[in-house]
Design a protein around this ligand. Structure first.
Ligand SMILES: [Zn+2]
Length: 257
């Protein structure tokens, strides 16, 4: 069992090393945890949210699934059972008043490859939970992606509708023409999730009142670069020393989607 052995050895090192410091840290904010974000991420094993954001236990709530999808409200009957994603939004943004929600996708995403296959009307095994998940909840992303055509030079702008008219935004996808089809779909998918999040009435209210802000991140697996969508610039920008100040000021002045 080489896989499990690797994990158990890791737990031994944790036990001998960082455990005490972490327990001390967790106990210090036991009564008053101050998480700063709700973070939706793809579940890809190469993508580690706490690593690329340099965050610690207690800093973020994280939900991970194939393709970092948040089902649109029209797919969820709120009177009955729903998926975990809107429940996570209610827990963090309503109950705990978290103000920043991030959706993070990435390059070379296997879930986006699966979703992209539906573009050619490829059928999938009807009994496939993954196929059903992608087709049902990723359909809007695929539809938006199909709006990248020769007429707009395959870069847009694509229009995304937010919680209210004034929060609508536009996006140019890969204006430098560096990305693969699937990576472009992955970026479109990230932005579509902002629309999906704002489709829930309890989120729409928070967004309109400027109590919650929505952000899209994108991680390049091969370069390690992290990007953030800029509403004023209408495209993803790498987060680095040159862009940091402007990206921060945008989040303080721009309205959320
Ligand atoms: Zn992925």
């Amino acid at each position: 069992m080489p896989g499990l052995e690797k994990l158990l050895r890791g737990i031994l090192r944790y036990h001998q090393g960082t455990k005490q410091e972490m327990v001390h840290q967790l106990n210090s904010f036991k009564a008053n945890p101050k998480a700063v974000a709700m973070y939706f991420s793809c579940m890809d094993c190469r993508l580690q949210p706490s690593l690329i954001t340099d965050t610690r236990p207690g800093d973020m709530f994280v939900v991970r699934n194939p393709g970092n999808l948040i089902p649109h409200a029209r797919h969820c009957n709120l009177q009955e059972s729903v998926t975990g994603e809107p429940a996570a939004l209610e827990l963090t943004c309503v109950k705990l008043e978290i103000r920043d929600v991030i959706v993070c996708g990435h390059s070379d995403c296997k879930a986006m490859e699966g979703l992209h296959n539906f573009k050619g009307q490829c059928s999938h095994d009807e009994g496939s939970p993954l196929g059903n998940w992608l087709k049902k909840y990723g359909g809007d992303s695929l539809e938006k992606f199909s709006q990248l055509t020769a007429e707009n030079n395959y870069r847009g702008p694509l229009k995304f509708e937010g919680a209210a008219k004034k929060f609508d935004f536009e996006a140019f996808i890969d204006p430098q023409k560096k990305l693969s089809e699937c990576d472009k779909l992955s970026q479109v998918n990230c932005l579509q999730q902002l629309t999906n999040i704002s489709s829930y009435p309890f989120m729409k209210e928070k967004i309109i009142m400027n109590k919650v802000h929505l952000h899209a991140f994108w991680f390049d697996i091969h370069t390690g670069d992290v990007f953030m969508f800029s509403r004023p610039r209408k495209q993803f920008l790498e987060i680095n020393e040159d862009t940091y100040d402007s990206l921060v000021s945008e989040t303080q002045t721009a309205s959320p989607a």
